[in-house]
Each structure stands twice: as structure tokens, then as C-alpha cells.
Design a protein around this ligand. Structure first.
Ligand code: R5P
Length: 296
């Protein structure tokens, strides 16, 4: 039987594209808040003995997670054969160690919370640093779709003579693979983060940049401070061409998008893992392929 897909609020477009690609069925669901802030959930499509797929990107996760787990529990209670999660942006992955005594290792705890509700998970480029694979974190099957080929194709088709710039040493492997497929040169900056919104950059090896369009590439644009610091650094080095900023996950906390524009970004391009006006790179096809392998 074909899977039935339910979007959590705000995920309707992605869920419809996935239902189309998977030849699945769009399910009806009512999720809303009572005046006291509790959530109301009703699944209005038969799920008994069916593969249920919930679609919910988890930027601003604390606002969304409880509703998501209530929907998953309802689907299980109504007899779903399996409940999977497509979560294009997987949060809490950056806190993957105890940097100071007493801190939560949030990536690990958040993975446990998801395991309770879901049989499998598909996400896009989770921010894994000290952990190398989702399977080290999750006891359920978990797959990561890679946006790099799509970023590379966008850059190759839209930017003349690009020089790709990664913000920090940990981005090197990833930016290197985007550059290889885009047939472009790349360089890596050195980043020092002193606080959530305090980032400084240096560029040890600028290479031959003459006549090139700088393309800043990062997995997450959150406060935007990483990209803003990189733009300022390029300006201080006397680069005249305004950079194109390419990110996978368009979090854009608070004023981040405006700050990036104000700093001098020529264009800001993201994928559709989080709905935002900057979305220009569509990843749904690749997500469909990954989900297929989960439900096969
Ligand atoms: C960090 O290691 C990530 O790759 C990004 O560079 C970071 O998350 C960007 O954050 P922000 O936009 O807040 O500077």
C-alpha cells in the first residue's frame, strides 16, 4: 500500500512534493493550539496498517517538537504499520560535546527523543562535527541527504568564474566536494567564534582571486555572523566584487537576513530545507530517493 504523508504546519509544500514523488497519499490532519497553549491533534485519514510519513522541518524546534511527537503517537495509536520522519533540518546537532562542565550533550539527547516517536528518519546535511555518521547517534535507521551536488550545480549554472570560500576548517571537505563538482577553485577561511554573535575571520591563503566572484558556502546560516564576518574580511582585503552567499539551511535568526544584505551580499541562495524567500535550490527529489530506501 502507498505511504500516507502528513505535513506538520508550514511543511505543506514539501509534503505535497514528496507525496507526488513517492506516489503516496496526502493525509488530512488538524493540528492547532488551545487558548491555554496545549496542542490539539486529530488525524483524519485512515492510517491503520499503513506506512505513515510525517514531514516537519525543525528550525525553532522547541516550538514544534511536542506537536510532532503528539502526531507520531496518535498515528501509532491508530495502528500505523510504521511512522517515519522527514525532517529536512535536524536541530541540536551542533551541541555534540560537553564544552564546559555541566553542559547538556543535546545532539545525543535529542536523538533519543526522536527514537521514541519514529521508526526511521531522513534529513539533509545534519551538522555532524565530532560525530561522523547519524548511525553513531541514532538507534533507528537514519539517512542524510547531501545537498553538495545541488549547490555545485546551482553555482556552475549561475555564477561566472566563482571562487568558493568555506568559513572554517571543518567545512573544507564539504566545500572541496562542492568545488570539485562545480569545477571551481576554493579556499578556506580561519574562523574564531567568541560568542553566539561574535565571529572573526582571517584568510591564510587567498590564492589567485583576480577576476573571480566570491561564493561563500556554508551548511547553516543562523545568526549570519559567520557570513557577515567573511564578507567584511573580503572587503578589508580589497575585493571589489560582492559575494554570493550560498547556504543549505536558511535559519536566519532574528535580523540575520537583513544583516547579510546590509553587509554587502550580492545574492543569498538557500535550499528548501526551511521555507524562506531565499530558497532557490530544490532538494525534494533527493529526499524522495532516500525515503524510498527507508520504506522499501
Ligand atoms: C558552524 O560550524 C556552521 O558550519 C556554520 O558556520 C554556523 O552554524 C553558522 O552560524 P551563524 O550564521 O550563526 O554564524
Amino acid at each position: 500500500m502507498s505511504p500516507v504523508l502528513f505535513p506538520l504546519p508550514g511543511n505543506e509544500r514539501m509534503a505535497a512534493a514528496l507525496a507526488d514523488g513517492l506516489k503516496g497519499m496526502g493525509g488530512r490532519i488538524d493540528v492547532r493550539r488551545f487558548p491555554d497553549g496545549d496542542s490539539y491533534v486529530r488525524i483524519d485519514t485512515t492510517v491503520s496498517d499503513r506506512t505513515v510519513i510525517l514531514v516537519c522541518t525543525l528550525d525553532r524546534p522547541d516550538e514544534k517538537f511536542l506537536q510532532l511527537s503528539l502526531v507520531a503517537a496518535t498515528a501509532r495509536d491508530l495502528g500505523a504499520a510504521q511512522v517515519g520522519l522527514v525532517c529536512p533540518y535536524l536541530p541540536y546537532m551542533r551541541q555534540d560535546a560537553r564544552f564546559r562542565p555541566g553542559e547538556a550533550i543535546s545532539s545525543r539527547y535529542f536523538a533519543h527523543l526522536l527514537e521514541v516517536s519514529f521508526d526511521w528518519l531522513v534529513t539533509v546535511d545534519p551538522h555532524l562535527h565530532r560525530i561522523h555518521s547519524l548511525n553513531q547517534l541514532f538507534a533507528i535507521p537514519a539517512a542524510a541527504v547531501h545537498a553538495a551536488p545541488y549547490l555545485a550545480d546551482w553555482i556552475r549554472n549561475n555564477v561566472e568564474n566563482p571562487l568558493l570560500i568555506g568559513p572554517d576548517s571543518e567545512s573544507e571537505q564539504w566545500v572541496g566536494s562542492v568545488a570539485a563538482r562545480a569545477q571551481a577553485a576554493y579556499t578556506i577561511l580561519e574562523k574564531v567564534r567568541r560568542g553566539d554573535r561574535d565571529v572573526e575571520m582571517s584568510m591564510p591563503n587567498i590564492g589567485d582571486a583576480a577576476g573571480r566572484t566570491p561564493v561563500l558556502v556554508d551548511d547553516i546560516i543562523s545568526t549570519g555572523r559567520t557570513m557577515v564576518a567573511a564578507i567584511r574580511h573580503l572587503q578589508a582585503l580589497g575585493w571589489s566584487s560582492a559575494p554570493v552567499c550560498v547556504g543549505v539551511h536558511a535559519i536566519f535568526a532574528d535580523d540575520a537576513y537583513g544583516a547579510l544584505r546590509k553587509a554587502g551580499a550580492h545574492d543569498i541562495i538557500t535550499t528548501n530545507t526551511i521555507l524562506h524567500p531565499s530558497n532557490r535550490i530544490d532538494l525534494h527529489e533527493s529526499i524522495v530517493n532516500s525515503v524510498r530506501s527507508m520504506i522499501a
